[in-house]
Design a protein around this ligand. Structure first.
Ligand code: GDP
Ligand code: MG
Length: 177
């Protein structure tokens, strides 16, 4: 069965992470079209990207890294079907902050982590990134995928994984339904 545009399901995905982790770069690789509101190469407002994959019409929103925009994280998180957390695998000192940002999104949606900058020699491998993040409170079921956002490596795979998690039926709140 082929799907017509009418059957496309619009969903919102939020991309979060600290400054310079690679969020804008990752979004530009995911999306057919992407915009970034930035100044001096730093995202000050937000990133937005749009793409279609399978049955989904995907609207990707990147949260701004600067703390003075922290209020935006909760706003952007509203109604999100999934979350992508981008971390710079060479900067474990920021992992704590990354997990904190995940909390600030404030939605209990499926999440994947992009262990980005795997091309750099001092990058922690994805398994090590996961170990560290779990120590800081990340749920151990969260997939952590190695990526090189500048080359687009692993980014689409991470999105695909997230979509699989979104598609998985979750226990209904009302068990009689
Ligand atoms: N070496 C390397 N650099 C990256 C990678 N992803 C992003 N960068 C660089 O890291 C910097 C910050 O990326 P950006 O996407 O603006 O981060 P954001 O602040 O999270 O949106 C830029 O100079 C990017 O070119 C990667 O996978 N490898
Ligand atoms: Mg940015």
């Amino acid at each position: 069965m082929s799907s017509t545009p009418h059957e496309l399901r619009p969903i919102k995905i939020v991309v979060t992470g600290v400054l310079k982790a690679g969020k804008s770069t990752a979004i530009s690789k995911i999306a057919e079209s992407a915009i970034s509101i930035d100044r001096w190469r730093t995202t000050v407002g937000l990133d937005y990207g749009y793409t279609q994959l399978g049955i989904y019409e995907i609207h990707v929103f990147g949260t701004p890294g600067h703390d003075r925009f922290s209020f935006m994280r909760e706003i952007l998180g509203k109604g999100a079907a999934g979350i992508m957390l981008v971390v710079d695998s060479t900067r474990p000192e920021f992992f704590d902050k990354a997990v904190e940002m995940l909390d600030q999104i404030g939605v209990n949606a499926p999440c994947v982590v992009l262990a980005n900058k795997q091309d750099l020699p001092d990058a922690l491998p994805p398994e090590r990134v996961k170990e560290e993040l779990v120590k800081l409170g990340l749920s151990p079921e969260t997939p952590v995928i190695g990526t090189v956002a500048t080359r687009g490596e692993g980014v689409k795979e991470a999105l695909q994984k997230l979509l699989e998690m979104i598609a998985k039926p979750r226990k209904p709140v009302n068990t009689r339904l």
